[in-house]
Ligand binder design. Structure first.
Ligand code: ADP
Ligand code: MG
Length: 137
C-alpha cells in the first residue's frame, strides 16, 4: 500500500517558479536518500515538466508528494494546468515534436527518467502529468 507522508503545492505563475519546483525536487530527493543519479533524473524531469506548464500553458501548479510503501520512499510530482491541452499526444510522447520550435524532447525524455508516468490532456481543457520515482532498496 502506498501512502502520502507529506505534500507541497508550488504555483507556477512566473518563470522563476520553475526554479523553485526544481529546487524542491532536488532537495527532497537528496534528503530522502535518492542516489545522485536518481536525484538528477527527478530534478531534470521536474524542471522540464514545470517549464512546459509555464511555456505551453501560461501557468498552473506542481504538487509534490513524499510517498512510502513501508520500505522505500517515493516522490510523486503532479503538474496541472488549464492551458490549451495537447492535440497530438502520440507524437509528443514519441518525441521530436514541438509547437515551440524547440527540440520537443522534454516529455519523451522525462518519461524515460522516472518509474511511473501518466499524461492526461484534453484540447482546450488542460494537461495533467504525473511522475513517480522511488528509492532503491
Ligand atoms: N502542459 C502543456 N500544455 C500544452 N501543450 C504542451 C504541454 N506540455 C507539452 N506540450 C506540447 O507538447 C510539445 C512537446 O513538449 P516537449 O516534449 O516538452 O518539447 P518542447 O517543450 O521542447 O516543445 C510542446 O511543444 C507542446 O506543443
Ligand atoms: Mg518542453
Amino acid at each position: 500500500m502506498v501512502e502520502t507522508v507529506q505534500s507541497w503545492e508550488v504555483p507556477i505563475a512566473r518563470e522563476d517558479d520553475i526554479v523553485l519546483v526544481r529546487r524542491k525536487a532536488r532537495a527532497l530527493a537528496q534528503e530522502r536518500g535518492f542516489d545522485a543519479f536518481a536525484a538528477a533524473a527527478l530534478t531534470t524531469a521536474a524542471s522540464e515538466l514545470a517549464r512546459n506548464v509555464w511555456v505551453h500553458a501560461g501557468g498552473g501548479k506542481a504538487i509534490i508528494e513524499e510517498l512510502t510503501d513501508g520500505y522505500r520512499t517515493g516522490i510523486r510530482m503532479t503538474f496541472v494546468d488549464e492551458g490549451p491541452g495537447i492535440t497530438d499526444v502520440e507524437r509528443v510522447l514519441q518525441g521530436g515534436f514541438s509547437t515551440a520550435r524547440s527540440l520537443g524532447l522534454g516529455v519523451s525524455g522525462t518519461r524515460r527518467l522516472v518509474e511511473e508516468f501518466d499524461l492526461q490532456t484534453a484540447p482546450g481543457r488542460g494537461t495533467r502529468v504525473v511522475i513517480v520515482k522511488w528509492t532503491r532498496f
